[in-house]
Design a protein around this ligand. Sequence first.
Ligand code: SAM
Length: 330
Amino acid sequence: MPNSSLIDSYNRKLNYLRISITDRCNLKCMYCVPPDRIPKIPHKEILSYEEILRIVRVGVSLGVSKVRITGGEPLVRKGVYDFLEQLTQIEGLLDVSLTTNGVLLKDNIYKIKSTGIKRINISLDTLNPKKFQKIAGYDCFDQIWEGIELAQQIGFDPIKLNVVPLPGVNDDELTDFARLSFTHPFHIRFIEYMPMENLPMPTGRHLLAPEIKRRISILGELIPVEKNTTDGPAERFKFETALGEIGFIRPISRHFCNACNRLRLTASGQLRLCLLSDRQEDLKAALRKGCSDSQLAEIFIQAVRRKPSEHNLEADHPGKVLGQMCAIGG
Ligand code: SAM
C-alpha cells in the first residue's frame, strides 16, 4: 500500500512528480526559449540519472505514484532510454509518461516503447510546416508528424498534442487542431500561455480557454468527458462523433491550484513546489553532501509543507517567474 506522507498544509496529496532531465533542447520555440539564450546549466550541475532514480525511489516511498519526464527536450539527453527503462521498473510507480517535442520520435519510437512508457505528450503548436519553422526555429514539422503517426500505429494511447495558442501566431489554426480530434484518437490540449522571466509575451495579449472554446464550438457541441485519475488539471471535452478529445489547461483563466497534486524536480536538482512560484528546495546539494534516504525523505516532507496555496499569475497582471520553462519542464 503506498504511503502518503506528501500532504501539504492545504491538505493536498502530492503524488505526481514532473522531472526535467535536461535544460537542453533541439528547438527554440519563441514562447519558451528566451531570444538572448540563457547559459546552459553546466553538465556537473545537472542531476545524474542515478541521482534522479534515487529521488524517485524516495518519492515513491512517500506516496508519489506518477512521474512525467520532460525537459528541455528529454530525448536529447544521452542514455535516456536506459534511464526510462530503470524508471518504469521502480516498484510502486504506477504511471510513467513522457513529454517531447517529437523531433526524435520517429527514429526512436520502438526504443521508447520498449522502456515501458505507454503515454506520451507531444508539443505541437501548428499544423503548418512553414509556420512551424517560425515558431520553433527549425524546419522539422514533417519528421514530427511522421513520428506522431508511427506512435499511434504502434499503440501509444492516449497521444496528447499540447498546443499553446498565441494570438496572431497560431490562433487561426484552433479549429484545424480541434478538427483533428474527429479523424484521429488524439487528445488535443490547449494550454494557456504562462509568462516567464526574460521572455516578453510573443503577442502582447492572452488567448484564454473561454475564447478558444467559443471559436472551436463552430465544429459542434463540446461534451464534457468525465475525469479519470491521470487527467491532472485538464478540463476534457469531446465532439459527439470524434475519435479523440479536446482538453483545456487553464493556469490563467481558472487556477487549478486547489486540486494541484504536482511537484517538480528541475534539471539542476531543485524540488520545485509550484511551476509558477520560485519556492524550491535544493535536493542536489543534500544528495551531494551525502544525505541518507531518510534525510532526503525528511527534506521532501518539510518542503511539501511550504507549497504555496496558489500562484498569482492573472491575465491582466501577469507575474514573472524566475525559472525558465526549459529547466523546469513545464
Ligand atoms: N521539449 C519538450 C516539449 O516540447 O514538449 C518538453 C519541455 S516543454 C518546456 C514542456 C511544455 O511546456 C510544452 O508543451 C510547451 O509548449 C510548454 N510551454 C513552454 N513554455 C510555455 C509557456 N510560457 N506557457 C505555456 N506553456 C509553455
